[in-house]
Design a protein. Structure first.
Length: 675
């Protein structure tokens, strides 16, 4: 089966990239049997290389991975994926003892990932260019396959803890931040949302997704786990996973308190047969409360980390010249040797070497040899010695040369294949090679699947072939209806109010209740609509009653609130609507913004404490943070300018309605408002 081959290839490829000492032969056998159980796996130290950050994995442990695929009834039975226990400890690269062999291997893997990324982007651009003439309104095979995958998927992910620990940024003040998750589940239900096993084909599929106790934390003065044994560190990570908001570890400072999410998904498998009365994807997401928190120490650590990241990148580059040897030498002498080796090997020698004829000649020879070997790989197979030589050449060539050479060899191989006469022997050889395992298989259903496989797939997903009509969907039909409802969002700023305080208290709280976001898509005209509603917006200051619970707002002054809203008023504080290609066809874009008036009161104690909380230390150099902020600002500015220019040139009619009520500020005498 073509799809089975593809699944086997993808799992083998991606698991091999991230898992140490993976038995790929056993994995393939288990996959074909339809039952994969992998236990006690360890992640590679460079599994996070794609993030381009100066970090490495100190401990990465996958407790259990289960995959159940019934190949004989792939299109009608559920595919179950279960992950139980993923624990990852990430540290700066500079905290790991340098290993030249490991460093060379990681650099080679990172380089080839970059090459494959460039090649993938090029192929996507070519595919997009070739598909420009296709009708976007078609009920495409890809969409139907996506629907079928979601229909049959049963997902369970439990006990996740990923943490970054840093002893280098602030040696006397180590910190850690991480993400924990109790579980994620996605399963099939009855129409009244009770778990069930789907045994027959129904027009509507109900899926219930649950996310339990997702949290983000940041601990200051944290105790590092890098000094613990591997098993002890893993057990420590297990113990710190919150079950819910009420049963969270007390020694963890949460930025995001444990969050629960429930999603209800209704899939219309064949909307055409129901006269397009239901959307293909009807998704409702409910969130009870999102609680965000930040204190003075966490903010200080964050600034230090942003400032130190640039230094970590440079340090990880030159750490190979700072190997701890000859410790009997004076520290000043070791530092001078380090500076000399780093400058000579990274700056001076490369400049001189690139102009030497023997180096130019050797580089050209490597390029030609790599092109020959890669071309041979595309049209046939390489021996073990040739594959080893390819890896050696890849380590010496840069990304640009590798990408250019591989593309050149690919073009030549394609021309050779087109020019070869279609003889009986060539057809047999092509058929034989097609049945051999490929390093980079591509899913081309028209060419690779047999008629029997196509029929099974098309019958299962309700696909009737490409529809070339221009009215596949009615103009008013909404195929995606996605709604999010949030009962409460509160943001808390914590700090010490008095110098003798031993604990942080809430100095400011922002509250946004009753928030909703709705997204709808109409495929016939490639239109979308976004609706955002905020029920209210309030900001509270420092409590006047210090004995009151930090969770209550009774004794807190109200700094910001809507001036016209009341408990009986159904009007929202803020309403935003954005729509493209509206049904009335009076405009290309429609924008509507309605906002109520805000009453803002100045409160000196709260404002002063906020200024103290976010004031950087006098000895802190924020140059790195400023560079990151400026780079982000420049990037956003550039992208916004291009987007606005494109839209202005493209838009014929823009319908804008903005109604923002004026707000007012009360500046009381002595800085405190008295009723």
């Amino acid at each position: 089966m073509v799809l089975a081959n593809l699944v086997v290839y993808l799992l083998d490829k991606y698991l091999s990239d991230y898992i140490e000492n993976l038995d790929t032969k056993k994995l393939k056998i288990d996959l074909w049997n339809g039952n994969v159980v992998l236990e006690n796996l360890y992640l590679k130290s460079n599994a996070l290389a794609d993030l381009n950050l100066p970090v490495t994995i100190s401990i990465g442990y996958l407790q259990k991975l289960t995959l159940q695929i019934l190949w004989t009834n792939l299109y009608t039975h559920s595919t179950k994926v279960t992950i139980d226990g993923l624990f990852v400890l990430v540290i700066p690269k500079t905290e790991v003892e340098y290993d030249a062999q490991r460093d060379a291997k990681e650099k080679h893997e990172a380089k080839m990932k970059e090459v494959r990324k460039v090649e993938k982007l090029r192929k996507e651009k070519e595919a997009e260019k070739n598909a420009k003439g296709n009708d976007k309104n078609n009920d495409t095979l890809l969409e139907r396959m996506q629907l079928q995958i979601i229909r049959n998927l049963e997902l369970s992910i439990r006990n996740i803890h990923i943490v970054y620990e840093d002893k280098s940024t602030k040696p006397n003040h180590p910190f850690s931040f991480g993400i924990t998750l109790n579980y994620i589940s996605l399963h099939t239900t009855t129409p009244d949302w009770k778990s069930a096993v789907l045994k027959e084909d129904t027009p509507l599929i109900h899926k219930l997704g649950e996310l339990s106790a997702l949290s983000i934390y940041w601990n200051t003065n944290a105790k590092s786990r890098t000094d613990l044994a591997r098993d002890d560190a893993i057990n420590s990570l297990k113990e710190k996973i919150a079950i819910d908001n009420q049963h969270a570890p007390s020694d963890i400072s949460y930025i995001l308190r444990p969050l629960n999410v429930k999603a209800r998904l209704v899939l219309a498998m064949k909307p055409r047969e129901e006269d397009f009365e239901r959307p293909m994807f009807d998704i409702k997401v409910d969130l009870d409360e999102i609680s965000l928190n930040m204190n003075r120490d966490q903010y200080s650590d964050l600034l230090d980390l942003l400032e130190f990241l640039g230094y970590l990148s440079v340090q990880s580059k030159y750490i190979k010249y700072h190997v701890k040897k000859e410790l009997l030498e004076k520290k000043t002498l070791r530092n001078w040797k380090f500076a000399y080796e780093a400058i000579v090997n990274e700056e001076i020698r490369p400049r001189f070497d690139c102009y030497k004829w023997e180096n130019i000649k050797a580089h050209l020879k490597r390029c030609r040899e790599y092109r020959t070997l890669h071309y041979q790989k595309l049209i046939g197979k390489l021996t073990h010695e040739q594959e080893t030589r390819v890896e050696e050449l890849e380590k010496k060539l840069d990304v640009f040369n590798l990408t250019y050479i591989r593309r050149s060899a690919e073009i030549e191989a394609r021309k050779k294949e087109e020019q070869e006469p279609k003889t009986w022997r060539r057809n047999v050889s092509k058929w034989w090679n097609r049945n051999q395992p490929k390093d980079h298989p591509e899913l081309n259903l028209e060419k690779d699947m047999s008629l029997e496989e196509k029929k099974k797939l098309y019958d299962a997903i309700g696909y009737e072939g490409e529809d070339t009509s221009t009215s596949t969907y009615p103009e008013e039909y909404v195929d995606i209806d996605f709604a999010i409802r949030l009962n409460m969002l509160d943001v808390n700023i914590w700090s010490k109010i008095n110098e003798h305080d031993t604990q942080f208290r809430v100095i400011a709280r922002g509250v946004i209740p009753d928030t909703s976001l709705i997204f709808k898509r109409r495929p016939a005209t490639d239109a979308l609509a976004i609706y955002v509603d905020l029920g209210s917006f309030q900001v509270f200051g420092i409590a006047t009653n210090s004995s009151q619970s930090e969770l209550l707002n009774d004794s807190r002054p109200v700094l910001v609130r809507p001036s016209a809203l009341s408990s009986t008023n159904q009007q929202k504080f803020l309403q935003v609507e954005f729509e493209t290609n509206p049904l009335d066809k009076k405009s290309d874009y429609r924008v509507k913004v309605v906002s109520q008036s805000l009453e803002i009161k100045y409160n000196a104690p709260t404002i002063n404490k906020l200024a103290e909380c976010f004031e950087p230390d006098a000895d802190r150099n924020l140059q790195g943070v400023k560079q990151v902020a400026y780079s982000t600002y420049t990037d956003v500015k550039h992208r916004s300018f291009i987007l606005m220019k494109h839209n202005i040139e493209k838009i014929k009619v823009l319908d804008i309605y903005i109604d923002i009520q004026s707000s007012y500020l009360l500046l009381p005498e002595n800085g405190v408002y008295q009723e």
